[in-house]
Design a protein around this ligand. Structure first.
Ligand code: CAA
Length: 258
């Protein structure tokens, strides 16, 4: 079978790197690209040699959104019965391993939404985030009105979604949309370094840590704390808990299971 055409795939030790690679369309997220991305994310998730994943684009664009030219002639009810968005876009949410978005340039519309579906976002100082769908006569459709609001609060989310304006990297960091900002020429190297640290840890603990933090977005505090407690206690049934704590007590580096 021919390999993917719209993504580039690399491994750096235990880090799996996917680069969106459709430069002529600023990585607009067409069906083919989303299928290739989804398949690769699931392949990395299933690969015991990989402990964390970095998703990035190019210097100019992480992704400029869903492919407008592909979308323009779609009509209701076909978009509903085809489960447009749901079928392809949410694969990243099924990945148990940590996924870090490394964003340079434009992350607009579905590009911003895809980045927000990752576990956290590292931005280059050149990054520009936005939900400009309102300019097209629609609204964000891959979680933008929900995840952006949870990340930056109602005032800023409403401002972005209603005006379609962009937010630069400094504002995105101030607003808690991204966890760190780094110089553009160091973005991918920094992201790999961070992912490498995560990948060196217990695979089951990092998967549970991610699941627990994600619960904070979906449920009440009491329910979330209960979920966290169950996950925390269940880790006492894993060899990695024994190894991690023994290594601390014995003043050596832990060697976690793969
Ligand atoms: N879909 C399809 N093609 C796109 C695209 C998109 N989202 N964004 C850019 N392109 C294409 C352009 O049409 C252009 O192609 P041609 O050379 O064949 O004309 C090429 O990429 C380069 O783009 P520009 O010439 O426009 O580059 P620029 O530097 O002048 O502008 C930009 C960059 C401001 C990002 C501009 O391209 C732009 O506004 N893009 C659209 C952004 C957008 O509206 N995104 C939301 C999409 S809707 C969505 O995502 C729905 C959802 O929630 C799921």
């Amino acid at each position: 079978m021919a390999g993917p055409e719209m993504i580039l795939v690399e491994t750096h030790g235990r880090v799996g790197l996917v680069r969106l690679n459709r430069p002529a369309a600023l990585n607009a997220l067409c069906d083919q690209l989303m299928d290739e991305l989804g398949a690769q994310l699931l392949a990395f998730d299933a690969d015991p040699a990989i402990g964390a994943i970095v998703l990035t684009g190019s210097e100019k664009a992480f992704a400029a959104g869903a492919d407008i030219k592909e979308m323009r002639d779609r009509a209701y009810p076909a978009v509903f019965t085809d489960d447009f968005i749901g079928k392809r876009w949410e694969t990243v949410l099924r990945v148990q391993k940590p996924v870090i978005a490394a964003v340079a340039g434009f992350a607009l519309g579905g590009g911003c939404e895809l980045a927000m579906m990752c576990d956290f976002i590292i931005a280059a100082d050149s990054a520009k985030f936005g939900q400009p769908e309102i300019n097209l006569g629609v609204i964000p459709g891959a979680g933008g009105t929900q995840r952006l609001t949870r990340a930056v609060g109602k005032a800023k989310a409403m401002d972005m979604v209603l005006t379609g304006r962009m937010m630069d990297a400094a504002e995105a960091e101030r607003s808690n949309l991204v966890s760190r900002v780094v110089p553009a020429d160091q973005l991918v190297a920094e992201a790999i370094k961070i992912a490498d640290k995560v990948a060196s840890l217990s695979t089951v603990a990092t998967a549970m840590a991610k699941a627990a933090v994600n619960r904070a977005f979906e449920t009440t505090l009491a329910e979330g704390v209960r979920a966290e407690r169950q996950l925390f206690l269940s880790l006492f049934g894993t060899p990695d808990q024994r190894e991690g704590m023994a290594a601390f007590a014995e003043k050596r580096k832990a060697s976690f299971q793969r």
